[in-house]
Design a binder for this molecule. Structure first.
Ligand code: KIV
Length: 279
């Protein structure tokens, strides 16, 4: 779809909590939308106030919050409080919680038990987990229990040890398997699908083939939505970052400059001034 059908309100015009069906409707009218990761209450408030329709409390918290080398290490116990914190900052955005590596793969019932914790204790409205056609049964089991599921195919960062890094997926003949994964996850009942680090042509092909919203990260401009880790987008993570990361701010520079000025003011006695003192 190229032109936007204006028969239903845009996502930004919706003044109640966003539901999965709103994202499906956005796709139907050709509206493209942004999604960000989020891990704490203050950024959650800012992103929500600026009408980002969906926030992912991603397992990328392993790296950008907890300082691990990959997403493999994070546990449910480490991610769950971050979901609860984001929940407290959001009135409108759909909150999606990632299922950590080791918390869902064994069986659909393991995935269901973990997902329930993220909804009941964390307050998430949906969960996401990594996996292609082999995880369609997991998706179906959760959806049957009333839990909205976002799939994640293409590059699966939790498989970094098997992949030996973060290589682009779906090039050449491998595209067919990614397309089959996409269909399997959508047919199992997922309400949306993240596709990571695939050629732009394949990203477009998957988005065109599915009726559910396809959210790209390094999958080109042809997907229905785009997601990024906010610290990448705003220049807090150190270089090098993946090719698909744009820098819309230099927060590391801004914060560094500000705390240096304050440190100098402390050193030379300019801070605290009279206006910062109690009489
Ligand atoms: O955890 C994460 O950050 C993700 C990406 C798709 C954004 O899964």
């Amino acid at each position: 779809m190229t032109a936007m059908d204006s028969s239903t309100p845009t996502l930004a015009a919706i003044n109640r909590p966003i539901r999965p069906a709103d994202l499906t409707a956005a796709k139907a009218r050709g509206e493209r939308w942004p999604m960000l990761t989020c891990y704490d209450v203050l950024t959650a408030r800012v992103f929500d106030a600026h009408r980002i329709p969906a926030l992912l409390v991603g397992d990328s918290a392993a790296m950008v919050v907890h300082g691990h080398q990959s997403t493999v290490a994070i546990t449910v116990g480490e991610l769950l409080p971050l979901v609860a914190a984001v929940r407290r900052g959001v009135q409108r955005a759909l909150i999606v919680a990632d299922l950590p590596f080791g918390s869902y793969e064994d069986s659909p019932s393991q995935a269901l038990a973990t997902a329930k914790r993220f909804l009941k204790v964390g307050g998430a409205a949906a969960v996401k987990f990594e996996g292609g056609a082999g995880f369609a049964g997991h998706v179906h089991h959760l959806v049957s229990a009333g839990i909205p599921v976002m799939g994640h195919i293409g590059l699966l960062p939790q498989s970094v040890n098997a992949l030996g890094g973060y290589p682009v997926q779906g090039r050449g003949t491998a595209a067919a398997a990614i397309l089959a994964d996409a269909h399997a996850i959508a047919d199992a009942g997922a309400f949306a699908l993240v596709i990571e680090a695939v050629p732009a042509d394949l990203g477009r092909q998957v988005a065109t083939a599915l009726g559910i919203p396809v959210i790209g990260i390094g999958a080109g401009p042809g997907t229905d939505a785009q997601i990024l880790v906010w610290q990448d987008l705003l220049g807090l993570t150190p270089a090098p970052t993946p090719r698909f990361v744009p820098r819309y701010a230099d927060l590391a520079g801004t914060i560094g400059e500000a705390i240096s000025r304050w440190a100098n003011d402390v050193a030379d006695g300019t801070y605290p001034g009279i206006e910062h003192c109690y009489s």
